[in-house]
Design a protein around this ligand. Structure first.
Ligand SMILES: Cc1cc2nc3c(=O)[nH]c(=O)nc-3n(C[C@H](O)[C@H](O)[C@H](O)COP(=O)(O)O)c2cc1C
Length: 253
């Protein structure tokens, strides 16, 4: 249960940060879950969409040529691009939909994500920004429980396991400092401690060690997640290995 909470919080925060809308429908086209700003973008709300047919919530100002394939359970993995016109016909948003089918406990679901291309610039020229953003979701992610003593890890994703060499089972319950070692800069650690104390987001680079002992420089981004009552509930960490990028750009300069 705790684990599911963590996954849910992570999903929501990730979606909010990346401005992606998500909708899950069952085999009868009924909406079982929405997240991010999927509902809002279609002029509806999460509560109104839940349990009803997704088709009913796609406004008739939405021009989505690939709609049938997108909604069909046999459609497999498809993408479709649609325009959403404002009531007065003026505003014209470009939305990118992507769908795939998943089977959970024998039941089939359709997972539909939506990206508002206006957020990345309306034109195709800004497609690179979109890809960067989508890449970011595939980052190493760790979520720690801010209400438990010494901030234990509640969740890590597969990329985090790959980055550090530790399995989720080995990480959960421990404070992230186990990744530090002899060459970790105490000033970076102090910066993290300060940001956590102030409940602020922060970004640091610090030397970490994989399970096999190899050192790497971790570009770490931390962001607090508050619950509905404004209490600090989780802290989200996105870790990335710093590669020679910095060096090569220095060399190029
Ligand atoms: C969400 C989150 C993720 C963190 N990830 C890392 C990490 O990947 N590597 C690391 O060295 N420290 C990481 N830390 C920092 C340590 O957990 C700890 O906060 C830091 O060492 C400062 O506290 P200390 O002085 O008590 O050790 C993370 C902290 C948080 C809250």
């Amino acid at each position: 249960m705790e684990y599911l909470d963590a996954e849910n919080a992570l999903l929501r925060e990730g979606l909010r940060a990346t401005r992606i809308g998500l909708c899950i429908v069952d085999a009868n086209d009924r909406v079982v879950q929405t997240a991010g700003d999927f509902a809002e973008r279609l002029g509806s709300s999460d509560r109104d969409m839940l349990g009803s047919s997704l088709r009913l919530h796609l406004p008739n100002t939405l021009l989505l040529p690939g709609l049938a394939g997108l909604l069909g359970m046999d459609g497999g993995e498809v993408g479709a691009e649609g325009h959403l016109r404002g009531q007065n016909g003026a505003a014209d948003k470009v939305l990118l939909f992507q769908a795939r089918t998943a089977t959970v406990a024998g039941a089939r679901f359709r997972i539909i994500t939506m990206v508002d291309l206006d957020n990345f610039g309306a034109t195709r020229d800004r497609m690179g920004d979109l890809q960067d953003t989508l890449q970011a979701i595939a980052a190493s992610v760790v979520l720690v429980d801010a209400q438990a003593p010494d901030l234990p890890i509640a969740y890590v994703n597969r990329r985090f396991e790959q980055l550090t060499g530790y399995t989720a089972r080995e990480c959960i319950g421990r404070n992230c400092r186990f990744l530090q070692g002899p060459d970790t800069d105490p000033a970076a650690v102090e910066a993290i401690r300060r940001a956590i104390g102030l409940r602020q987001a922060t970004q640091v680079v610090l030397r970490n060690y994989r399970k096999n002992g190899d050192a790497f420089d971790n570009e770490l981004f931390l962001s607090p997640i508050f619950d509905a009552e404004g209490r600090l509930r989780w802290i989200l960490g996105v870790a990335r290995e710093r590669r020679e990028r910095a060096l090569s750009s220095q060399a190029a300069a």
